[in-house]
Design a protein around this ligand. Sequence first.
Ligand SMILES: [Zn+2]
Length: 164
Amino acid sequence: MANDTVVDTGALISWPISKLIGSIASPKQKKELGKFYPERLEIINAIDIIWRTPKLESINNVINIGKNTGDIAGLSPVDIELLALAFENNYVLFTDDYRMQNLAEFIGIKWYVIETEGIKEVWSWEIVCKGCKKIQPDPKSPLMRKNLGDCRDCGSEVKLRRKK
Ligand SMILES: [Zn+2]
């Protein structure tokens, strides 16, 4: 794999070793592996994986966006770190976790599945005014999505809501 690939623990466990070389992962995953797959960790430790911790700012960004999309409750600290790594470095994320895929899609992180068929349905969002209930124009960039602003019509606070 190229050096711009973040792998979740499922990939660390199931991918052929040759495919994992050069991948990026969180040091927290070592603990996970050590606990549940100690023999696999020995192999993983012997190959060239880039263990990297994301910046606190990126972690907080992912948490805030996850709160908005409603995905945060299903994400572990490891999941959040992997999303933050992909987010801050523009890496590609490999995961079979639907919530991670969903949040990655929303943030604008490119993602691929590890082995399943992947996300069945990508949720989409709309921004709605808490005051006049009017639907607001969809911000195109992830940066704009972090700061949704106020209603264009009445100036009230807006919120993100999942499209039905
Ligand atoms: Zn309004």
